[in-house]
Design a protein around this ligand. Structure first.
Ligand code: SAH
Ligand code: SF4
Ligand code: F3S
Length: 479
């Protein structure tokens, strides 16, 4: 048994910075462990967790498990969790009620938890005391150990808890079952060293470790050969890529090399304003296949609050960067994340946030009420703003964000844009859906034979969060 420890998770020790890269290997005798059994994996959280979910599914399938549609029919249930805010927690604990019920009905079903919540000391202690029916728990650093953990679960019938707070090495060649045939997530780095005072990620994902660029480029080239149209480079803090490696190769070099593979579309999330260089902006502006879409989390418009958050930039430096991006990258869409109700946030601080939104007119924004996370510095700060005030601020902010989102979309009316058609539309079976290069969701009247293609679409109607369009009958290919 190995349980998580926050003191360990906090450490960033230079001597331990030596990260080894190892290859994933599945032991032959575990290939049939799941024969005749089905699995159901439910993933919460960010794209990185979604991508972990794709790895987990592929590992299970290499062990002969077969995916099924519902938790009720599964022989193995695994919840891949997120810890970012209280409500993410609550959703998982709510779901666990159903899992417990199922386990009581069918004691043979194997149940487990992994992901960021599994890295939390308090959560694991709670599982050991109150959720003894769960068969296994593993964390974000040892997905590759899933076969061994499952095998131990089945052989010993004892609860297996294997969570490391000191991150391991980078494991390459973990198999992946991608959700899409046309767009793919590619990890370029793991962990985060920024320690924004409200955020739990540096504790749940460990120190920053960049993947070797040759491995990243090999993955992108392979995806291109398989016909993928789009890659999204993933990391908590992508523009700090490479800073932990002793090489003269950073995010602008990587972006350029990924663009040069010729894959039609390149995206990346998430950018931290502090690490955004002019060279990066130049590279994005220079290559047509790097999409003009930047997600640049603001968090707050008040320099005082930003300092308390440990964000390392001011209102002024953020604005300068954002305007530079808008000026140099043609037709760039800009989105953001904002937290309201951070401890001590005054009406004036909040107005500074609104001021930035008014100045930059974001294409869209994810907005949150501050949620104290146990073990982070902000959770210990005096929080004297009442919930109704926080909710009111969120509402005011959302109204403003929605107004600008609609205005940004209105600019597209009657324009022709390129859309990667990726699926059948959720709102209308006879339509397809996809995204513009600026990451606008478009529902398109088009034949299914165009799935997976980047096509010209004329926008016929716009709403706040989506647009409608008609495909122009000319196939487009970039690169
Ligand atoms: N690595 C990314 C963000 C990861 S978390 C970055 O640095 O921008 C995604 C978003 O969740 C954050 O940008 C922040 O707005 C929000 N968030 C993180 N911790 C939070 C907390 N404790 N309470 C409320 N929102 C939070
Ligand atoms: Fe969290 Fe800050 Fe790291 Fe983003 S940069 S993951 S907000 S600590
Ligand atoms: Fe959640 Fe972990 Fe992602 S806390 S947002 S799943 S890194």
């Amino acid at each position: 048994m190995q349980i998580p420890n926050y003191q360990e998770a906090k450490k960033r020790n230079k001597q331990e910075m030596l990260v080894k890269t190892e290859n994933y290997i599945l032991k032959e005798d575990l290939r049939n462990l799941g024969k005749g059994k089905t699995y159901f994996v439910k993933t919460y959280g960010c794209q990185m967790n979604e991508h972990d979910g794709e790895n987990i599914k592929a590992i299970l399938e290499e062990m002969s498990f077969v995916e099924c549609e519902t938790m009720e029919e599964a022989d193995l249930i695994l919840l891949n969790t997120c810890a970012i805010r209280e409500n993410a927690h609550n959703k998982v604990f709510g779901y666990l009620g159903r899992v417990k019920h199922l386990k009581a009905e069918r004691p043979d079903v194997i149940t487990g938890i992994c992901g960021c919540m599994a890295q939390e000391e308090v959560v694991v202690k709670e599982i050991m005391q109150k959720h003894k029916y769960l068969d296994f728990v593993f964390g974000t650093h040892n997905i590759h150990e899933l076969p061994m953990i499952l095998n131990n679960t089945i052989e010993t019938k004892l609860q297996q808890i294997q969570v490391y707070s000191k991150e391991g090495d980078i494991i390459e060649n973990i198999p992946v079952k991608r959700e899409s045939k046309y767009k793919a997530w590619v990890n370029i780095m793991y962990g985060c060293d920024k320690f924004c005072t409200y955020c739990i990620v540096p504790y749940t994902r460990g120190k920053q470790r960049s993947r070797n660029h040759k491995d990243i480029l090999a993955e992108v080239n392979c995806l291109k050969q398989q016909g993928y149209q789009e890659v999204t480079l993933l990391g908590q803090n992508v523009n700090a890529y490479g800073k932990d490696l002793n090489e003269d190769y950073t995010m602008e070099n990587l972006l350029e090399d990924v663009a040069l593979t010729g894959i039609p579309r390149v995206r990346f999330v998430t950018s931290h304003p502090w690490d955004f260089t002019d060279q990066m902006i130049d590279v994005i502006a220079r290559y047509d296949n790097i999409m003009p879409y930047i997600h640049l989390p603001l968090q707050s418009g008040s320099s005082r609050i930003l300092k308390l958050m440990g964000r390392r930039y001011t209102k002024e430096s953020y604005l300068e960067l954002a305007f530079k991006i808008k000026e140099k990258i043609k037709n760039c869409s800009l989105t953001t994340d904002i937290i309201v109700g951070f401890p001590g946030e005054t009406e004036e601080d909040f107005n500074e946030t609104l001021d930035i939104v008014k100045q930059l007119k974001y294409d869209s924004a994810f907005t949150f009420i501050f949620s104290p996370r146990i073990g982070t510095p902000a959770a210990a700060m005096k929080d004297d703003i009442s919930l109704p005030v926080k909710e009111e601020r969120l509402q005011i902010l959302n109204n403003l964000v929605n107004q600008y989102a609609l205005e940004a979309n209105q600019m597209y009316l009657n324009q022709t844009v390129k859309v990667l058609l990726e699926d059948v539309s959720e709102k209308n079976e006879s339509m397809l859906m996809g995204y513009t290069d600026t990451m606008k969701l478009v529902n398109v009247k088009a034949d299914k034979m165009y799935l997976g293609k980047i096509v010209d679409v004329k926008i016929t109607d716009v709403k706040t969060w989506s647009m409608d369009g008609e495909m122009l009958h000319k196939e487009v290919s970039i690169g």
